[in-house]
Write a protein that binds this ligand. Sequence first.
Ligand SMILES: [Zn+2]
Length: 458
Amino acid sequence: MNRQRWAVWLGLTAGLCAQAPGDGAAAPSIEREVAAALREIDAARLEQTVRTLVGFGTRHVLSRTDSATEGTGAARRWLREQFAACAAASGGRLEVALQEATVPCTRPGMPKQVPIVNVVATLRGTSDPERVYLVGGHYDSRNSKGEDGQGAAPGAVDDASGTAVALEACRVLATRRLPATVVFVAFDGEEQGLLGSQAHAAQLAAAGAQVDGMLGCDIVGNTRGMDGVRYDRHLRCFSYAPSGNDSNGRSLARAVSFAARRHVADFGVELIFRGDRYGRGGDHRSYFEQGFAAVRLTEPREDFSRQHQNVVERAGAPYGDLPEFADFAYMQNVTRVVVATLMELASAPPPPLVRSAELLRDRYDTAVVFELPPSAADVEFVWRATTAPDWQHVVAASAANLQPGRGNQRRATLPGVCLDDVVVGVRSIAPDGSRSRVATPPEPDRFDQRRDQARGGR
Ligand SMILES: [Zn+2]
């Protein structure tokens, strides 16, 4: 997105944000709570985490595990201590554990079986602990040679930056009482085929965990584009959709952009409707593959002379992923978006269950039938043009002609909203004003998508 388009985009979304709190009313308490949390996010701590992780030399899965100062073993022991220090301030609600496994690896030059260790900190929810949100970055690193477990691989931006964001989010949230559970993960083995996150997502799926959203933070620390331009006012949010534009992952992506608009000043989220960067992957994919809503957060312009490079100079230009090229003030803003999103979603009730929608043909109004979770104090409706990336309009319950339906179902009528041309959705609101992800009605007909897939789009 060039600067001009970016300015237009910010202007549009600012208009939507202004509709969130009622005019003249006191700000909902979630806004005060999030503002207080965001003030605690510390760029100096993010920098210290990145520099400490870089100081272990390499964090490759095949690097040393028997040293206190070098290699992956030292890195994960240090991370475990940092998460444990957060636990001390959590009143017994934060638990830190290592997930250890030996998993198959198909990367050339690598052993067929690789040991991985994830560092997992779980902040148990106060009233709805079965519902889970996750944030994670990968602490492993690599250099120009993917299988090199000995040579230096600083991995400052890829991905000490994402690991530092998850740790700082944990430190700030551990002292707070959130209704739903939040899990903070430092993943191992991402560079060798998402090994750590696959093991973790599979464990959650096998346990029947109710994962309502996973935020993968990977490459979130560089702001100087290879074009020499500084890009430090937004992040990119990638999301998968099996078909169409209204998957749970896209719903989560819009919740990230909502939280940023509501709580984070002068910093935006660019929605990218693709699972990841072209032909590439990251840890959020492991969760998507288990059927969980997941997104990837990444800086606007990657510097490819840093990632997966040996630390060398070529024709006078520096290569390698070193901390001096990281922007810690930018990482502070990324952490603000992550903390705001997690607080908004973990404080809110779960999304409603939307049963159906229909166009009322005599009036061009839309009726929506839905069930609200018992913890919801209120509900609101949103809609957008089918071609609009994000929600454009909010309809309060008071303007939606709410009526009881069968059982605990309710029916709302959205006046002047023509369902044929738009996507409608519903979100739950807690007494503190926090909002759930938006739930949308089932698409009525998959015929066009089936045919498109059958023809291969050629
Ligand atoms: Zn990475």
